[in-house]
Write a protein that binds this ligand. Structure first.
Ligand code: PLP
Length: 379
């Protein structure tokens, strides 16, 4: 049997309704949304609008025009960071951030942006007081991953949101590992910018993502032209979402993303989280029984998403992952997972870990197969 345990990279499989929505849009609504008055273009436009409305409702976003579609989470984060921070600005991030945050900030450093990395503990947990202490006069942005893609550790977005609101500093949340499994309310959590891939727990296809930009937020577009609106002008439109949405949209993908969120709504986010928690708990308990296993991050299910990172003392993680794939068709991710700072934080740099990550479609039977296969490989 084939077992896919790499859902933190991208979820697979998708719900059947997602494949249907993509196929239907490709075959029957093939026109360019927002590039014509004809009826098929209007139909495509309606798909985009409804997808935006579905996302807005899911994250309690007051106005769906504040959602800008991107091709993934990285693009959304880049737009937020490079569109906002200017020379002389200071930003605060945690030590569990993904390279999608760290790399654009690193290149912004060359333009005079200063960045403080607040250290998390060995389990990847962040003390909000440490963030508070690092706030300076010129702090313009706090950036936080909602959960680590290495350990699954959930970071205190609510507390940091309160601090950010009190200090009048915008908060950018990277929800790559939580959107679709942990409820997010941009108003209640004081989130000014929310970056989400559509292809992970939101269950949409690859090539989808979005950035929520709160009302009145002054962001500079990174790409201009081709909005289908204000064609008489040489300047980029000044209204949302067109200001940040240049070029033909991925209508089939966005239709799939909408179907993914509708699947979550139908099942309920709580049911999905409970299923994934049950899988994580079962997996951790069985893994703990294996000799010389070291699991990283919190073991308490309440404190994590369905991501488990581990190593086995004296064994090469890459060899284990290769054997799992080649001999047993079990797909896991090994290495640094694009998050070297997170691995430095938990003490697994530069070798990294074996990472297993579950979705609503994984089963206990698959976990049993994994554990049995791992035992054979280790013997
Ligand atoms: C925490 C985190 N942030 C950002 C990203 C980037 O998302 P994408 O692959 O959609 O660009 C990922 C993807 O793995 C992630 O795990």
């Amino acid at each position: 049997m084939e077992v896919y345990f790499d859902n933190a990279a991208t979820s697979y499989p998708k719900p059947p309704s997602v494949y249907e929505a993509i196929n239907f849009t490709l075959q029957h609504v093939g026109a360019n949304p927002g590039r014509g008055e004809h009826s098929l273009s209007q139909s495509a436009n309606r798909i985009i609008f409804k997808a935006r409305e579905t996302i807005a409702e899911f994250f309690n976003i007051p106005n769906s025009r504040n959602i800008v579609f991107t091709s993934n989470g990285t693009e959304a984060i880049n737009l937020a960071l490079k569109g906002f921070l200017k020379p002389g600005d200071h930003g605060i991030i945690s030590s569990m951030e993904h390279n999608s945050v760290v790399r654009p900030l690193n290149s912004l450093k060359n333009d005079g942006v200063n960045v403080t990395i607040v250290q998390c503990d060995k389990e990847g947990k962040l003390n909000p007081d440490y963030v508070f202490k690092e706030i300076k006069k010129n702090t313009r942005l706090i950036v936080l991953t909602h959960a680590s893609n290495v350990t699954g550790t959930i970071l205190p977005v609510e507390e940091i949101g309160e601090i950010a609101a009190k200090k009048g500093i915008p908060l950018l949340v990277d929800a790559a590992q939580t959107a679709g499994t942990i409820p997010i309310d941009v108003l209640r959590n004081n989130i000014s910018l929310l970056a989400c891939p559509g292809h992970k727990s939101l269950l949409g296809p690859q090539g989808t993502g979005f950035l929520y930009i709160c009302e009145g937020f002054n962001l500079k577009p990174l790409i201009e032209g081709g909005t289908g609106s204000n064609s008489e002008l040489s300047e980029q439109p000044d209204f949302l979402p067109d200001r940040f949405q240049s070029g033909t949209l991925n209508t089939p993908g966005i239709a799939g993303l909408k179907a993914g969120i509708e699947f979550i709504n139908k099942k309920s986010i709580q049911t999905i989280k409970e299923h994934e928690d049950m899988l994580s708990k079962t997996f951790i308990n069985k893994l703990k029984e294996i000799n010389r296993v070291r699991i990283y991050g919190p073991l308490s299910i309440k404190e994590k998403t369905a991501v488990v990172s581990f190593n086995i003392k004296g064994k090469d993680s890459a060899d284990i992952a290769t054997a799992l794939d080649e001999k047993y068709q079990i797909m896991v991710r090994v290495g640094l997972h694009c998050s070297p700072h997170a691995h430095k934080t938990i003490g697994t740099f530069p070798d990294g870990t074996i990472r297993v990550s579950f979705s609503i479609f994984n089963t206990v039977h698959e976990i049993d197969y994994f554990i049995d296969s791992l035992k054979v490989i280790l013997n």
